[in-house]
Design a protein around this ligand. Sequence first.
Ligand code: NZQ
Ligand code: ZN
Length: 393
Amino acid sequence: MKNFEYYAPTRVIFGKDTENQVGQLIKEQQGQTVLVHFGGGSVQRSGLLDRVYASLEKAGLKHVSLGGVVPNPRLSKVREGIELCRKEKVDFLLAVGGGSVIDSAKAIGYGLAYDGDVWDFYCGKAQPQGCFPVGTILTIAAAGSEMSNSSVITNEEGWLKRGCTNDHSRCKFAIMNPELTATLPPYQTASGCADILMHSMERYFSPHATMELTDSISEALMRTVIRNARILVKDPANYNARAEIMWASSLSHNDLTGHRSLGDWACHQLEHELSGIFDVAHGAGLAAIWGSWARYVQKNNSARFAQFAVNVLGIANNFASPDNTALAGIKAMENFYTSIGMPTSLKELGLKVSDAQVDELAYKCSFEGKRTVGAFQVLTQEDMKNIFLLARG
Ligand code: NZQ
Ligand code: ZN
């Protein structure tokens, strides 16, 4: 096992009614003027925003609001947020929503602590040296941004979706009330589950020797998500299933299930091009690609895929042929996706992708042919193209 560092500084407040503590939590962080950042309106419709304002006012905090963050959050909204926060002298950023809102808040935080253009951090021109403090009230279990050190933003100029990974933006606190996720449409719940699973799989399919303990945590997490995702298909209001999945969303992306830098991450890089260009839900995009990626790379380490098949999906081990066990596991995973309404190809994702668009996806994902992605198997631009073609369906 390689050396690693584990850092998970976010304070988690988990359970029913916890959103009412938000004012006090920000006060403890020395915040005085708060940006309440949110998405397209679900938090207004559910009444959550009113409870948030009441809590902030009770704690004597000033606040300004900026809604309208869209899934696959945009750079233009980040710039609007930076300008507003400077004008209103905001000193704390509260993201009320999912990964898109949290990532947008993190980007605003980077921008506020920087004199140049915030996109510098996403296109790799500069590394953030600081970030204004961010806290969140999570409304969807999916991206894991509430405990991760990532932020992913889409630049409308060229539709480039790019990430910035830096510990400065880690949330000071994450309020997680599973009840808040009960209003999610089934497709978003399922898409979130696909993303959570993928955050563990990206780490699990590592070229490096892993630890028994880390593997066991990861496998238990994936089994738990699969079991509870199935429960939510039939019973979307099931609090315990919502709670299991919400906690899994954080633990799958706070490095507990394996270290980020030791993982593979090819599916994420491939998917970011898909959602950057076609604006699809991130988790659904991952489900649509994963099987094709898995079949393309499994021969690199069939034993690892066989372990996944047996320990996560309950496939009987065919000791004579790890390949067969591995392939049965990949099929079982795809069947699971289908059972929760997730796509297993680009066609099922609703995309009709032309040959020219496949070329564009691979060109962008390889940064114009200048980088490879993945570690379980290093993928060249040609490999990326092959996987998109396989996934096209
Ligand atoms: O905008 P509103 O009206 O709030 O609706 C949202 C949105 O349409 C809706 N929603 C959220 N909570 C709801 C709700 N609807 C009803 N009831 C609720 N309680 O769900 C839709 C999706 O929201 P979004 O925030 O986009 O979802 P998610 O958490 O999946 O975030 C996706 C973004 O995170 C990035 C993705 O690439 C994508 O841009 N990621 C961020 C990561 C990170 N920062 O660590 C890691 C991930 O791998 C991922 O790349
Ligand atoms: Zn993800």
